[in-house]
Design a protein around this ligand. Structure first.
Ligand SMILES: [Zn+2]
Length: 259
């Protein structure tokens, strides 16, 4: 059963109470420092190389710094790894290639009468090419972004309601998202607020369906647990016994196909 009381309490312990940019003393390493109500110190290196550290409300700064100093080599190695795997975003031009549901599609620019819309045709994505040469590149990129957003809203919306019904049937509860928004998000695949507002990245539609399903099930489990506790993972495992493998695949995918 969905337990709102419990959810809101969990959320308040995760709430950020303080946030600032800091430099690790003795180094040139900058990082985002946050304090919340959780009991453990956590550190994450994002694919863009940025470092985020979350600390319990009362933990002394010296302890945070010594924790980071002890892991400095690891942080640098992670940053180097991400830097080596980071590439230019997909090139939206004639003959370029995009991914849709894990399959490559070749971009074809078709002269536009001003009203034609992007469409998938065979193994190509046809984008309207404006008549005017000037600013055409930007217009084509905008057309692609619009197509991706509209398609993502449709595809992810349908898929989410299907998986949502499935999750309710498995858990025998009535948990449902409060709202769904699809946006272009560079850093996250999705998120879920305490109220149940689910936000999904339009970029998700590049992924193969099993990986999209992983993200959707993940967010749907957050309707039941607003954290990544063992209880949360147990729920996810019931919906998707190979969730761990899919999570690892999505990570590799993001490195191989930078957004
Ligand atoms: Zn999560």
């Amino acid at each position: 059963m969905l337990n709102r009381q419990r959810r809101s309490r969990k959320t308040s312990s995760r709430q950020i109470r303080e946030e600032k940019e800091l430099v690790l003393p003795g180094t040139d390493l900058t990082f985002l420092f946050q304090r919340d109500g959780c009991r453990t110190l956590r550190m994450a290196i994002r694919p863009d190389g940025s470092v985020r550290v979350k600390a319990p409300a009362r933990l002394a700064m010296e302890q945070v710094f010594s924790f980071m100093h002890a892991r400095l080599d690891w942080i640098r190695a992670k940053q180097d790894f991400f830097a080596a795997h980071r590439g230019a975003p997909a090139d939206i031009r004639e003959g370029g290639s995009i991914l849709y549901l894990g399959r490559p599609f070749t971009i074809r620019l078709a002269p536009s009468d001003g009203r034609s819309r992007p469409r998938l045709k065979g193994s190509a994505l046809e984008l309207p090419l404006p008549r005017r040469q000037e600013g055409a590149d930007a217009a084509v990129k905008r057309a692609f972004a619009r197509w991706r957003l509209e398609t993502a809203k449709l595809v992810l919306g349908r898929r989410l309601s299907r998986l949502e019904r499935h999750a309710r049937a498995v858990f025998g509860d009535r948990a449902a998202p409060f709202s769904l928004a699809v946006r272009s998000l560079k850093r996250r695949w999705g998120s879920c607020s305490a109220r149940g507002d689910i936000m999904l990245a339009a970029q998700l539609i590049a992924l193969p369906l099993p990986l999209i399903d992983y993200v959707l099930f993940h967010e749907l489990c957050h309707l039941r647990y607003m954290n990544h506790s063992p209880a949360f993972h147990a729920l996810l495992h019931r919906l998707m016994p190979d969730a761990k493998t899919r999570e690892a695949r999505i990570h590799v995918w993001a490195l191989e196909h930078p957004r």
